[in-house]
Design a binder for this molecule. Structure first.
Ligand SMILES: Cc1cc2nc3c(=O)[nH]c(=O)nc-3n(C[C@H](O)[C@H](O)[C@H](O)COP(=O)(O)OP(=O)(O)OC[C@H]3O[C@@H](n4cnc5c(N)ncnc54)[C@H](O)[C@@H]3O)c2cc1C
Length: 496
């Protein structure tokens, strides 16, 4: 057996054994962490500020949002503020493990693999209001819900995540996902608990393969993968889909097959002129991964603005730089920058939607009012405390911080938020500092992940002895088999 596949099988068997022995207890999970050299991977290294303080004050804490950040905050505060009256306002009966949507697309998970009942995650003693907040009124320490009227608080945690904005692309809507060659792995409905994007993108992989089998190098199929010009959650996911769908054409997906990748041409269209904002990771992608495929053209500074699904034409706003006149004094050419609308035909397109803060936050006094962060929750980048409303904190994607909209970041927000909120309840200054940690387990091909970890300052590898810019099968095996149980049984219980 191929060494790589054998190692996968061994890792898989070990994880499955642990998980199947009567469900994964904390002890099992900790054993697993030991067996794999640490829990750090993907969701991040043990955080630098594991909260230890607690308060016995009888205060009212309201947490809004029952996704990754909201459940983690609830679990942590339940323990460190045992006498507090904690209310979770969350409309969703089902909780989605969203990172698993990419493995759904790759044909390795199904929707049921990434769902759990929220009721099973919410700690006992917490009041769950199954509702949505429509208005935040921090001047009066209350929120208004859609069905349950006003709810007041002493302390508020905002964990609403973000929302998709497909309609910002002219002609696009979420209803088009799954039709006319259009896919979008991100699409999900957290309230209904469905991950349509994963299901549809798996079919898109299969349809693309079928089309490539019928094509030829002279008459190839055209595939476009896009990334918008807004902040997005999991900034690596657009490239994960690019590489995995191409690798599937090489016959490396779960259905195998011959290599038909020469019958396809891929364009990756994004804002900016790099594939990844951190130079060490960018270098690997530019110098090794893109050339390895041989059929990918990176179209930098191309942002999708319009789509014509009937005719399969996508229109991009392209920022183009051309050489102007030669300047004798400076001994260089003048650079002329212009914007053009560029039409590109496609057979298959993966659309990553523009993303924005949820309306209830963006339209409230809690939001940043101007600049590039407009609409996101205004907070101190280090302490995660609201800059103007000192009894308000945030966690997860909604935060108006410069780095990281990932579950891994939310895991690092958790202990900072806990420590600082407890301090504020106790009348002290918040001292714990978030370092900007984020992580992107970038799937560069089936069986390999480049574990791109970084923070406000630069790269931040959990295993500095292993060059973090190298894609490795061990990260793939860990992501596929271990992280999901760790998410459910450790992170969601506030244990890591
Ligand atoms: C395709 C994909 C791949 C990803 N891959 C990775 C990865 O590999 N690694 C990684 O670390 N992260 C990854 N992520 C990102 C990760 O899932 C998110 O960063 C994480 O879920 C953020 O947690 P959150 O609590 O802020 O938001 P969410 O988990 O989205 O939860 C927000 C919750 O708030 C609720 N809500 C919204 N508005 C209101 C309101 N007004 N009132 C009450 N409730 C409200 C929503 O219903 C939702 O349940 C991926 C995400 C996707 C979609």
């Amino acid at each position: 057996m191929d060494k790589k596949i054998e190692a996968h099988e061994v890792a898989k068997a070990a994880y499955e054994q642990l998980i199947n022995e009567g469900g994964m207890s904390r002890r099992d999970a900790l054993k697993l962490m030991g067996a794999t050299g640490g829990a750090a991977m993907f969701m991040g290294a043990p955080t630098k500020a594991e909260a230890s303080s607690s308060t016995d004050k009888k205060v009212k804490i309201v947490i809004v949002g029952g996704g990754a950040g909201g459940i983690m905050a609830t679990a942590r505060l339940r323990k460190s503020a045992p006498n507090a009256e904690i209310t979770l306002i969350a409309p969703n009966e089902t909780h989605l493990y969203q990172p698993g949507q990419v493995f759904m697309a790759a044909g390795l998970y199904t929707q049921s693999d990434i769902q759990k009942k929220n009721a099973d995650l919410i700690p006992s003693g917490v009041k769950w209001v199954k509702d949505e907040v429509t208005t935040f009124d921090p001047d009066n320490n209350k929120v208004t819900t859609a069905k349950n009227g006003d709810i007041s608080y002493d302390y508020l945690v905002v964990a609403t995540g973000l929302q998709y904005d497909y309609e910002r692309i002219e002609g696009m809507s979420k209803d088009l996902v799954g039709k006319n060659g259009i896919s979008s792995v991100y699409l999900n409905d957290p309230v209904a608990g469905t991950a349509k994007g994963g299901v549809v993108t798996a079919q898109w992989f299969r349809d693309m393969r079928k089309a490539a089998e019928a094509a030829s190098p002279e008459n190839p199929i055209h595939v476009i993968c896009t990334q918008p010009d807004t902040p997005i959650k999991c900034g690596g996911a657009p490239q994960k889909i690019l590489y995995l769908s191409d690798d599937n054409l090489r016959g490396n997906g779960p259905d195998g097959g011959s290599d038909v990748s020469k019958n396809a041409k891929f364009s990756f269209c994004k804002k900016g002129t790099t594939l990844f904002g951190v130079p060490a990771y960018n270098k690997t992608l530019v110098e090794e991964i893109t050339p390895m495929y041989g059929n990918i053209t990176d179209k930098f500074n191309h942002v999708l603005r319009k789509i014509d699904p009937e005719n399969k034409v996508a229109t991009f706003e392209a920022t183009i730089q051309k050489k102007g006149k030669y300047d004798e004094d400076l001994e260089e050419y003048e650079i002329i920058t212009s914007k053009e609308m560029v039409e590109m035909k496609y057979d298959f397109i993966h659309v990553v939607p523009p993303m924005k803060a949820v309306d209830a936050v963006a339209n409230s006094p809690l939001a940043i009012t101007k600049g590039s962060g407009k609409g996101w929750l205004e907070c101190d980048f280090d302490t995660l405390q609201h800059l103007r409303y000192k009894n308000v904190f945030g966690i997860g994607d909604i935060l108006g911080v410069p780095k990281g909209k990932t579950g891994g970041s939310a895991r690092h927000h958790g202990p900072i938020l806990e420590e600082n909120l407890v301090s504020v309840i106790e009348g002290k200054e918040p001292k714990a500092k978030f370092d900007g940690y984020t992580v992107c387990p970038l799937k560069t091909q089936y069986g390999e992940i480049m574990l791109a970890e970084f923070n406000y300052e630069g790269i931040d590898p959990s295993f500095p002895l292993l060059d973090p810019s190298r894609p490795r099968w061990i990260w793939w095996a860990f992501d596929l088999y271990a992280l999901k149980p760790m998410y459910w049984y450790l992170m969601m219980r506030g244990l890591m």
